[in-house]
Design a protein around this ligand. Structure first.
Ligand code: NAP
Ligand code: FE
Length: 361
């Protein structure tokens, strides 16, 4: 089954080109952003200029930080409700956009913080416009929101059709201001989504063109963007690949590769994409026997071998800075096993697989 209710405008001046659709969403918008990225990327100026032209009022909520926590969602809900906003515009990386999805749903359904993950309570939402400034999560085209409970340090996502943005305005120029680290980590996150589209039990042939093309774009353009951050063609390719990754996981969901990385982020502060990168080779080795035909076809398409791919990955020198403690590993195995995307693995991953993988880092 294929479903993607988000209208996507990709490329130069995407925000300006979105004005007709923005005009249909209401008269007052909550702008959900992080600390600097909306302004630094230039997206902020473009959004305000279009909103001014349309006489749409806006209220700023710029409290979202990396790996958004539940209480920030509730703070956003309060600002949205008190100001009687009609819709939301999430500007930034995955963190502000995911927070905006949760704010929209929580506000529309009158939920309390302890019910944010209760997808059975979701009956309606407010329209959300997503304007990505990173090229990694693809959240502008997914129904997922990934949040962290700061009380338990548990990072987990939820998915619901109502969480799809109504409009995604993707202008790759906003990613020109990304640091080298964020460029790398987000590029690897997108690669992870695309690979997980192959691994997932929900994989579907209609998505494979996005997966294969997206991976090819990343293999070629991630090194170029790292070498020359102002290479707009490479940035454009990475934004496109990120979007392809979002379209992929919207249909296939993620797998162990994502769930095993979440505790590295919530406990050790490893950036999301880096957490995926650190385990990417081990996961591919673990899954290879189950998806041999698909991976062989991919590497034939890429005209590289699996070992060439590992060398490409090694060139980025992604690793854990700290050794994981046995206590951490034992405490997190049940959490990983219980995560909702474990059902999508092409093989049943055992607690010993997860233990071995964590010990190998
Ligand atoms: P992020 O956490 O949104 O941002 C990372 C850093 O990059 C922040 O410091 C941010 O600054 C900065 N930044 C963003 N855009 C910038 C720009 N154009 N120029 C300069 N700095 C910029 O990063 P992300 O990797 O995009 O998002 C990660 C989150 O998304 C994680 O929580 C992950 O679990 C989630 N995720 C969601 C999905 C999904 O489908 N929903 C999929 C994968 C991952 P500011 O603080 O100023 O914003
Ligand atoms: Fe991800």
């Amino acid at each position: 089954m294929h479903y993607l209710p988000t209208r996507i405008i990709f490329g130069e001046n995407a925000v300006r080109r979105g004005y007709v659709y923005l005009n249909q969403l209401g008269k007052k918008a909550l702008l959900v952003t992080g600390k600097n990225s909306a302004r630094q990327s230039g997206a902020w100026d473009d959004v305000l200029s279009v909103l001014n032209g349309l006489k749409i009022e806006s209220v700023l909520f710029d409290e979202v930080r990396e790996n958004p926590v539940l209480k920030i969602v509730m703070a956003g809900v309060e600002v949205f409700t008190q100001n009687r906003c009609d819709f939301l515009i999430g500007i930034g990386g995955g963190s502000p956009i995911d927070a905006a999805k949760a704010i929209a749903l929580t506000a529309a359904n009158g939920l309390t913080q302890d019910r944010i993950y209760d997808t059975s309570a979701l009956k309606k939402t407010f329209p959300l416009v997503a304007i990505p400034t990173t090229s990694g999560t693809g959240t502008e085209a997914t129904q997922y929101s990934v949040l962290t409970d700061s009380a338990t340090l548990k990072k987990a996502g939820f998915g619901h059709d109502l969480a799809f943005p109504v409009l995604a305005l993707v202008d790759p120029k906003y990613t020109l201001s990304l640091s080298e680290k964020v460029t790398l980590h987000t590029g690897i996150d997108a690669l992870s989504h695309l690979l997980e589209g192959i691994y997932s039990n929900k994989r579907t042939p209609l998505i494979f063109p996005f997966i294969f093309q997206g991976i090819r774009l990343i293999i070629k353009n991630l090194p170029s963007a790292l070498e020359n951050p102002s290479d707009l063609a490479a940035r454009t390719a990475l934004s496109q690949a990120s979007l392809y990754g979002g379209i992929t996981i919207a249909h296939t969901s993620t797998t162990l590769q994502h769930s095993i990385g979440y505790p590295l982020t919530s406990v050790y502060g490893v950036p999301h994409g880096l957490a995926n990168g650190i385990v990417m080779r081990q996961i591919m080795e673990l899954y290879y026997p189950a998806v041999k035909a698909e991976l062989d076809e991919l590497f034939s398409f890429l005209q590289m071998s699996r070992s060439d791919f590992y060398s490409w990955l090694d060139s980025f020198q992604m690793h854990m800075e700290t050794k994981l403690t046995p206590d951490f590993i034992e405490a997190k195995i049940p959490e990983v096993l219980a995560s909702r995307n474990m059902a999508n693995n092409p093989i049943t991953a055992s607690d010993q697989d997860i233990r071995d993988l964590y010990h190998s880092l």
